[in-house]
Every structure is written in C-alpha cells, then in structure tokens.
Design a protein. Structure first.
Lengths: 465, 62
C-alpha cells in the first residue's frame, strides 16, 4: 500500500489490517502526522495536534499485540472538532476572545471513541462558536482558493485531504453536511438525541447534533456504532435502542420508497448540482427504487424559524459575554449574529417552535409513504474565499443563506440525514447528495447512501494536494 | 426602533450599544428580520410548540 493509499484508506479497510497486525497504529498515525506537516500549512484544518497521539498509538499497538482488539476503531486516528471538550487538548470553539475558557475534560463523544480504542489525533478548526459556513482560514483541499464550508470546515478539509481517518463535526443548521458536501466526504447528522452532546460547546440546544465526517458510508456506520446511545448528561439524549448500523448496508435499494421533495430543495441550485442530483435520482429509479415527487408545505417559512431559534439561543448562551463586553472581540460576523439575538422576541422564538410542529407533521406525512427523502445537500459547490454572494443560475444569493438552505430543514425536524458525494462540477469541485430517513431510522439512510456510493466512484477520487 | 433611541435600545435589548453600532446591527438584521416577519404572518394560534415542558417523572428525580 502506497503512502497515499494508506492516507485515503477507509476505516473499513484499515481495521482488519490493524487487527491482524499487518499495519501498526504507530505507522498509520505517523503517516497522518507527516501529511499534516506537509499539507496543513496550506489547508489550516487543524488548530491543535495531540502531542500524546503517538503514545496512544503505541498503547493500542501493545493492546492489539496482546490479543485485546477492541473493534474496528482500535488504533484509528480520529480528529475532533474544536468545540468538543477533550482531556489533554485545549478547546477554543474557534474563539480568541479574552476571558473565554473551556475545561479540559472529555466530551461524551470523545470518551466513547476512546473507549472504542480510537486515537484522538488533534482538534480541527471550527467557524467561531460554530456560527458560520466559512471556517476561516481553513481551505478546501480540492481548490485552496475556496472555502471548505462550515462550521466543521476543518473536519471536512482534514478528512478530504487524508490527514486523519475520520473527524467529528457538529451540526446546528448543516455544519456537518455542508463541509462534507463541499469537500467531497460523507457526513452524517444522526437523529436529534441519538449521539450525546455532553461536553460539546452549545450553539443552539434544540438544534445541535453531533456526528462524523468520514471517507465512506460504512465508516459513518462504524462511528455511529461507537457514538450512539443514551446519556443522562445530555438533556436531549434519547433512550431509543441502538443497533449495529453496519449490518444491512449491502441491502440495496430495490423496492425502497424514495421521495423527492420538489419544493424548496430544487428551486434554486447551480446547474451542475441539479444535473448531478437528477442523475442520482435516475440511478435510484434504475436500481429498483420506487421514486415519487412530493411537496412539504411551509418550507419557505423555515429560514425565519431557524434564525429565530439560533439567534435567540446563541444570545442566551453568550449572555454573560454580551454583558461583560467580551463579544466585540468575536469576529465581526459572529459578533453581529450574537448581538442580533437580542432583537428576536420571545414570541418569535415560540412561534418558531410552533412552526416546527407543522414542519414535523409535514415530514411525518411524507415518511408515512416513503422510506427516504433525497435531494441536493448544497445548492452550490465550494464558494471562493471571501465570496459573500454566490451565483446560482445568474442570480446572486448570500453565500451564508445559500449554503445552509437545504440542510437546516432536517435540523428543525431533528431527522437523520447523510451526505454522500454524487459528482463534480466543471471546476472539479465535489457535489453532495443528501439522504434523509425517518426519526431514529439512520439504518435506511445509510443503506441507501451505501448502495449509491458502491455503484459510483465519486468517493474514491482524491484531491491533488 | 431606530439607531438613535439609546434608552429604548437599552431597555429592550438590555445592552448599551453605541449609536453607529446600532445602525450596523439594524442593517445586518434587515434580511433576517424579513424572514422572521414572514414567520410572524403565519396564524399558528392552535399549534402547540414543538418543545414542551416535561416535569421530572418522580419527586426526587434531578
């Protein structure tokens, strides 16, 4: 296996090599560390590399040699978004504002990954307080003049560039799926409550989700196996039973009922995105799925609802900082968003929550006759660095508004949604296909995504770094 | 409310915001406010909010 092959290998490929001692966790970790040294000065995806990761790798090597193989994550280097608390590594949540500090303890996902034998290779860059889709100054591995998306932009860039085997992200309005789509990786936002957020710096309590960015669908399932489960430390955590999400991934899509929501998700997309997604829809039909167009009412009111909830929640979370005068030290965009939270009224917030009831009803009706909903993850490919407006079919649209337009409905509804690469535009930039399933039915979304991925070579392409 | 109402700004949003900053915030809020005004136009009188209060299920539960 060449160095590149090793760096871009899936966890599914690496795990048996590590288990059978054909590959050492130390060798694998050194390969990623070497690539971080070589490529991250340009990509700037990491804010901290764990000085203890080689020690963790040697320990994993000894455990495996002693016959104590813990499973497919044992000895696998995984990066954590810098809003996950971690013992032994600092957390900044992307801010340099004075007077804001976070404890050095492990968040629930970090703890669960470590218990599964994973190695924490470092912390990846987040847009400040997970409030944006640019993640400056991180860059996109497919074109370093373009943004990686956000807020988990460092995680997207690091996975796409082969700097780690997988990375954790958090998703309030799309922050796992946006960078995954723009960087050409898989990104999974599980059902709200499926993965504990204990120890993740809050952004908006009723919208925040934790999940992985990975090189493939099976890897997302492997990580979900380790991450999922109830946790009394997270008030939003669910006690829905967990399962082995890697089982049934090869079930195919024959007979699967696939809904395509033609309003909202298809009204304003770049032509290359539309073409790639329509081809994907045609593939599902040709593969034996039963594809039907649907509409979900009131989606045009979703942006106001998620703005009301996110702004109000963010202002509440940062209230002490607002009153202490620390917010002017935030980056200008995040400062404005936090301050504007004070302009949202209590009635606006409650009305947004009433709207969520109707939106959930709309999705429930679709899922009474469909197994999944598919569509584009992003209406655009990765915007240029510094591009405040993006061109969509000749119409200029705010880059922020465009980049989360197709992802936030699933945060408002709390539904599981996964993005998988489905093509490239003429500039060689990745395009993502979004697949959502019913609440706590990650398995069906993973199965559909896995079938699509296996039939195409998009996920196997590598950026020229 | 406009950028000149210092006392009103303080009373409503609980912050002392410099006049030039108020204008910047109002300008930045314009497009967001438009979306929220759309939401306000919906008649949701009979719709229960998605987030509900749930008391602890036992007298000694935290």
């Amino acid at each position: 296996m060449t160095e590149d092959d090793l760096a871009f290998a899936s966890i599914e490929t690496l795990a048996p090599l590590l288990r059978d001692r054909d590959l050492s966790p130390v060798e694998l970790t050194c390969a990623y560390l070497d690539r971080i040294d070589r490529f991250d000065p340009t990509l700037r995806s990491f804010v901290h590399v764990n000085p203890a990761v080689l020690e963790q790798a040697r320990k994993a090597e000894a455990q495996i040699a002693a016959g104590d193989w813990r499973g497919p994550l044992h000895g696998i280097p995984i990066a954590m978004k810098d809003n996950y608390l971690t013992a032994g590594m600092p957390t900044t949540a992307g801010t340099t504002a004075a007077g804001i500090m976070f404890p050095e303890r492990n968040s629930a996902p970090a703890r669960r990954l470590l218990e599964a034998g994973a190695l924490l290779i470092g912390k990846t860059r987040t847009h400040e307080f997970a409030w944006g889709t640019v993640t400056p100054p991180a860059r996109n591995p497919w074109d370093s003049n373009r943004i990686p998306g956000g807020s988990s932009g460092g995680s997207g860039a690091a996975v796409a560039a082969g700097l780690c085997a997988a990375a954790m992200g958090s998703d309030t309005g799309g922050s796992i799926r946006i960078p995954a789509s723009l960087c050409g990786t898989v990104g999974l936002k599980p059902t709200f409550g499926r993965v504990s957020r204990d120890g993740i710096v809050p952004h908006s309590w009723s919208l925040d989700h934790a999940g992985p960015l990975t090189r493939g669908v099976t890897d997302a399932a492997i990580l979900l196996n380790a991450l999922a489960g109830p946790d009394v430390a997270d008030a939003g955590s669910s006690d829905e039973p967990v399962t082995d999400w890697t089982a049934g991934l090869d079930g195919g899509v024959r007979g699967l009922r696939v809904a395509v929501c033609r309003n909202h998700f298809f009204t304003s997309n770049q032509p290359a995105v539309s073409a790639a997604v329509e081809q994907a829809i045609a593939w599902f039909a040709a593969a034996g799925a039963v594809v039907a167009d649907v509409t979900i009412p009131l989606l045009e009111f979703g942006l106001g609802a998620i703005f009301a909830i996110e702004l109000a929640s963010s202002a509440a979370y940062h209230d002490t900082s607002l009153r202490a005068g620390r917010v002017p030290a935030f980056s200008p965009d995040v400062r404005a968003l936090v301050e504007m939270g004070r302009l949202v009224t209590g009635a606006d917030y409650i009305k947004a929550e009433q709207f969520r009831t109707l939106l959930i009803d709309g999705f429930r009706r679709v899922f009474s006759r469909a197994d999944i909903i598919i569509g584009p993850t992003e209406p655009v490919t990765a915007p240029q660095v510094g591009e405040a407006f993006v061109d969509i079919g000749g119409v200029q649209e705010s880059a922020l508004a465009a980049t989360w337009r197709l992802t936030y409905p699933y945060n408002l509804a709390g539904l599981p949604a996964i993005t998988v690469p489905c093509g490239f535009d003429s500039s060689g930039l990745p395009i993502g296909l979004q697949i959502a399933g019913p609440w706590f039915a990650e398995g069906v979304a993973l199965r559909a995504a896995g079938a699509y991925e296996a039939a195409h070579d998009w996920a196997r392409r590598r950026p020229a770094l | 409310m406009n950028g000149d109402d210092s006392a009103l700004w303080h009373e409503i949003i609980g912050l002392d915001v410099a006049p030039e900053r108020r204008s910047e915030l109002l300008a930045a809020f314009e497009s967001i406010g438009a979306e929220i005004r759309k939401l306000r136009s919906l008649d949701l009188t009979d719709v229960h909010p998605a987030i509900v209060f749930k008391p602890p299920s036992g007298p000694h539960r935290r």
